[in-house]
Design a binder for this molecule. Structure first.
Ligand SMILES: *[C@@H]1O[C@H](CO)[C@@H](O)[C@H](O)[C@H]1NC(C)=O
Ligand SMILES: *[C@@H]1O[C@H](CO)[C@@H](O)[C@H](O)[C@H]1NC(C)=O
Ligand SMILES: *[C@@H]1O[C@H](CO)[C@@H](O)[C@H](O)[C@H]1NC(C)=O
Ligand SMILES: *[C@@H]1O[C@H](CO)[C@@H](O)[C@H](O)[C@H]1NC(C)=O
Length: 424
């Protein structure tokens, strides 16, 4: 495979700048620790050591949420797609680029700090018996469920991040320099992908192994657009979160679920569900999708909503007497509650409720459309995917250390408050 072009001048410049800023950062950390001696110091450190990012985007019409991350020396901003369904963070990269998709920013100029082929971070992205064609570099390929892919090499570079207490940090983290991308069916015009999955190569896992943050990822996607993302466990009250254990090695999955409609079990069970912020809509396998659409159609029969097959926004749309302006206007037709009930190893079932806002959108024609789609049709086979639409207006937390996933209702329009009075 291809090698990254080496630019010696850039490398030298880079090294001298980075050690200077590392020292500055260590000093800041020390004063942070020295400043906290009261009994609430544990709490303050916990809050302080979370990293918070505002995010932009919406389910419809944009179709994704993006976060700005500053990478490199000097730091440059990149717009990244939030993806809890994959591990690797990568940027469209000038190595030089073979196939890049039009991006908001100039292509990333890779650092020359290559991750070696036998490094654990490289191994985490490869099949178990992988071969190293060139031992000093890590070639990767990531294939996404929508048919898209990124091919490139792993490099290390500086990420400019801030703790919520204002302390800056600039760790060197491995990322993909993607020089050959194939867009998938859900292609988004961004600079790359922020992989937030469970694997070793994810940014949060790397931050944890450097002792900088707990391996916890959370997001709060606002139904009105925007919201926030965070790393670390200082920004939520655990006792207000509904927790379930993670049941799957590779993805964030609370296990298998049963579909409930109107508070009752539908008999559609053993649904393997994964939480995937990289998907804007929710997907059920063909059988569950069919059952759900039948139940909804039955509920709507005799009401003034009529199917609107001419509206191609999503496979199933309905027209009202007059155009709807918001899901709120259409809610009265969708009164029957919908939920996924997770059997949590014998304990009381944990419900993930789907309010109308969590499965409906209003198309630009003013019709109301079902945001739960047929996963079998897009090749998800038996996976059922909880996408952005169903995670709106709640905080979803993935705690990789305790191996639990949780959610709680939240207002995602404002960044969470933290004790800025304790600025350290
Ligand atoms: C923090 O405290 C340690 C030990 O008391 C001291 O050696 C160090 O200089 C202090 N650091 C700062 C930045 O105040
Ligand atoms: C991504 O988010 C930034 C703000 O962080 C916003 O200015 C930008 O328009 C967004 N980019 C895209 C392509 O949606
Ligand atoms: C970190 O904080 C500094 C100073 O407040 C600010 O200039 C910078 O933009 C922040 N960086 C990020 C990545 O938020
Ligand atoms: C879902 O998609 C599969 C594969 O395309 C198809 O066979 C099935 O009929 C679809 N189910 C429904 C209920 O539309």
């Amino acid at each position: 495979m291809r090698k990254v072009q080496v630019n010696v001048f850039f490398l030298l410049l880079f090294l001298s700048l980075s050690s200077a800023s590392d020292q500055k950062w260590r000093k800041a950390m020390m004063s942070a620790y020295n400043g906290s001696s009261s009994s609430s110091s544990m709490m303050m450190n916990r809050v302080g050591s979370s990293i918070l990012f505002p995010i932009h985007g919406n389910v419809y019409p944009t179709g994704y949420y993006n976060v700005t991350i500053n990478i490199g020396h000097p730091p440059k901003p990149y717009f990244l797609d939030l993806d809890t369904g994959s591990d690797l963070t990568w940027l469209q990269c000038n190595a030089p680029c073979v196939r890049c998709i039009e991006a908001p920013h100039p292509l990333y100029q890779p650092s020359n700090d290559l991750v070696a082929c036998r490094h654990p971070l490289c191994a985490a992205l490869q099949p178990p018996d992988y071969k190293c064609e060139s031992p000093d570099q890590c070639d990767y390929v990531v294939d996404y469920a929508d048919g898209g892919s990124s091919l490139g090499v792993l490099v290390r570079d500086v990420f400019s991040l801030n703790y919520t207490n204002g302390v800056r940090l600039s760790p060197r983290l491995a990322l993909g320099c993607g020089y050959d991308q194939i867009p998938g069916t859900s292609y988004h015009p961004l600079d790359g992908i922020l992989g937030l999955g469970r694997g070793k190569s994810s940014i949060v896992s790397q931050l944890q192994s450097q002792g900088l943050v707990r391996n916890v990822v959370g997001h709060c996607l606002s139904g009105r657009g925007g919201g926030f993302l965070f790393f670390g466990d200082g920004l939520y009250d655990s006792s207000h979160v509904t927790w379930t254990s993670m049941s799957q090695e590779k993805y964030y999955s609370p296990g298998s679920a049963e579909l409930h409609f109107g508070g009752k079990a539908t008999g559609i069970k053993k649904l393997i569900v994964i939480f995937d912020s990289g998907s804007s809509y929710t997907y059920l396998n063909s059988q569950a999708y069919q059952e759900l659409t039948l139940l909804l159609k039955k509920e709507l029969s005799g009401r003034s909503l009529k199917e609107a097959p001419e509206d191609r926004t999503l496979p199933l749309c309905w027209k009202g007497r007059k155009p709807f302006r918001s899901v709120h206007d259409a809610k009265k037709y969708f009164k029957t509650s919908l939920a996924l009930a997770f059997a949590n190893s014998g304990r009381r079932k944990t419900q993930f409720e789907l309010h109308p806002e969590a499965y409906l959108i209003i198309s630009n024609k003013g019709n109301v459309c079902l945001g739960i789609l047929n996963g079998t049709q897009v090749g998800l086979r038996d996976w059922n995917v909880i996408g952005d639409i169903s995670m709106q207006d709640r905080m979803v937390v993935y705690d990789n250390e305790k191996q639990v996933i949780g959610w709680s209702p939240a207002n995602c329009d404002h960044l969470p408050r933290f004790k800025s009075a304790y600025y350290m």
